[in-house]
Design a protein around this ligand. Structure first.
Ligand code: KG4
Ligand code: ZN
Length: 325
C-alpha cells in the first residue's frame, strides 16, 4: 500500500491506496474553507498552521496500515511553499520512521489522475485543468509524457470566481457561490468582453474580465449581483470554449477531460460538451468529490510512479511552488 499526503493549498488530506488493485482503502480530508472564508481567500501562514494541526491527526488514524506500506507519496509541487512543506516534512518523517521510499508527486498530475481513482488509466487525453491556481490545456500520454499547449497569462479560471465572489461579499471559495447565484441570473444582461478574442495566441487571461466585473459590481444594487454572476460565468466559460474550438480545428479531440476544483462547474461542463459534439469525442470527468484537492489522486499517481521506481531521496525532495508543467 501507499500512504499519500496532500497539503498544497487549504486541504489537509491523507489516503491509503492498494498498489495492485488500486483500491482506495482510506481517505480523509480536512478543509480549511471556513477559516479562510472571512479573508476572502487563502491566507498561507494560517493554512500552514492548520495543516500542522490536521495532518498528524489524520496520520494517527492510518496506523493500522503502517506495517503494509511500501512507500510514502506527497505533493511536492506546485502550491504554496509554506503549506507544501508541511506535507513534505511529514512524509519524510514517516519515510525515516518506517524505512520507506518517498515519492514526490506533482499536484497537477494528481488532478489528471483524479479521473482514474480505483480505475485503470486511459491515455492519450486532451486535458483542460481549471483550478484555483491553474488554467491550462495539456496533451497527456502518461504521467511522464505531458505537453502543455496553453496556460493562463495571469489569473486562473477558479481564482477569477474567488475574486468575483469576494467583491460581492460571498466568502471563499467563490466557485460554488457564484455558480449558485448565477443559476437565477440573466447571462446576457452584462456584455463583458471575451478575453483575447482578437489574438490568435492560444492562451488564457482572466485579469481583464475580473476588472470589468469589479466596475459592474461597484455600480450595481445587490439584486443585480445574480445577473453579474451569470454574465461573468458565461464569459469566463466562453473564453475557454472559444480558444478550445480554435485549437480543435487543427487538433481534433478524441478523449477530452476537465479536471481541477473548477471542473465541478456545471455550466462549464455543458458548454464543453457542446463543443465536443462535432468530434464525437468522449468527455471524462472526475467524480465530484475528487474534483477539488484530495490525497486519493496523489495516491493514484504514486501507484504508477512506484511501478516505474520513481523515488526521491530524502535530501533531494524539496518543495517547488511554481509548476514545471
Ligand atoms: O483544485 P482546487 O481544489 O485547488 C487548487 O488546486 O487550486 O480548486 C479550487 C478552485 C477554487 O478557485 C474554487 O473557487 C474553484 O476551484 N471551484 C469552482 C467551482 N467549485 C470550485 N469554480 C467554479 N465553479 C465551481 N462550481
Ligand atoms: Zn488543486
Amino acid at each position: 500500500m501507499i500512504l499519500s499526503i496532500e497539503s498544497s493549498c487549504d486541504d489537509s488530506a491523507i489516503a491509503i491506496t492498494e498498489i495492485e488493485t488500486k483500491r482506495l482503502l482510506f481517505h480523509k480530508k480536512i478543509s480549511q474553507e471556513l477559516e479562510h472564508s472571512v479573508y476572502g481567500g487563502v491566507v498561507p501562514e494560517l493554512a500552514a498552521r492548520l495543516h500542522a494541526e490536521a495532518l498528524p491527526k489524520i496520520l494517527a488514524e492510518c496506523e493500522p496500515y503502517f506495517d503494509k506500506l511500501k512507500a510514502v507519496a506527497v505533493t511536492s509541487s506546485p502550491g504554496l511553499a509554506v503549506t507544501l512543506i508541511e506535507g513534505v516534512t511529514l512524509a519524510k518523517a514517516v519515510g525515516v520512521a518506517l524505512d520507506l521510499p518517498i515519492i514526490g508527486v506533482n499536484h497537477l498530475i494528481g488532478h489528471i489522475y483524479s479521473l482514474f481513482i480505483e480505475k485503470e488509466a486511459d491515455f492519450p487525453l486532451t486535458v483542460l485543468l481549471v483550478s484555483g491556481g491553474h488554467t491550462q490545456v495539456m496533451e497527456v500520454k502518461g504521467f511522464n509524457d505531458i505537453t502543455t499547449v496553453a496556460k493562463s497569462m495571469d489569473d486562473s479560471f477558479g481564482e477569477s470566481f474567488d475574486k468575483v465572489a469576494k467583491m460581492m461579499g460571498l466568502g471563499y471559495p467563490g466557485g460554488p457561490a457564484i455558480q449558485n447565484l448565477a443559476k437565477d441570473g440573466d447571462r446576457k444582461r452584462y456584455d463583458f468582453t471575451v478575453p483575447l478574442l482578437r489574438t490568435p495566441k492560444f492562451a488564457f487571461s482572466y485579469s481583464g474580465l475580473k476588472n470589468a466585473v469589479r466596475l459592474a459590481v461597484e455600480d450595481a444594487q445587490q439584486e443585480e449581483y445574480k445577473d453579474i454572476a451569470a454574465s461573468f460565468e458565461h464569459i469566463a466559460t466562453k473564453h475557454l470554449t472559444h480558444k478550445l474550438k480554435k485549437y480543435f480545428q487543427n487538433h481534433p479531440p478524441k478523449t477530452f477531460a476537465i479536471v481541477g476544483g473548477a471542473s465541478a462547474n456545471l455550466y462549464l461542463r455543458t458548454q464543453i460538451e457542446e463543443i465536443l459534439k462535432p468530434y464525437n469525442a468522449r468527455l471524462l470527468l472526475s467524480e465530484l468529490h475528487y474534483c477539488s484537492d484530495n490525497a486519493a489522486m496523489i495516491g493514484r499517481v504514486a501507484i504508477d510512479m512506484y511501478k516505474a521506481k520513481m523515488f526521491s531521496s530524502l535530501e533531494a525532495l524539496n518543495v517547488v511552488a511554481k509548476s514545471n508543467l
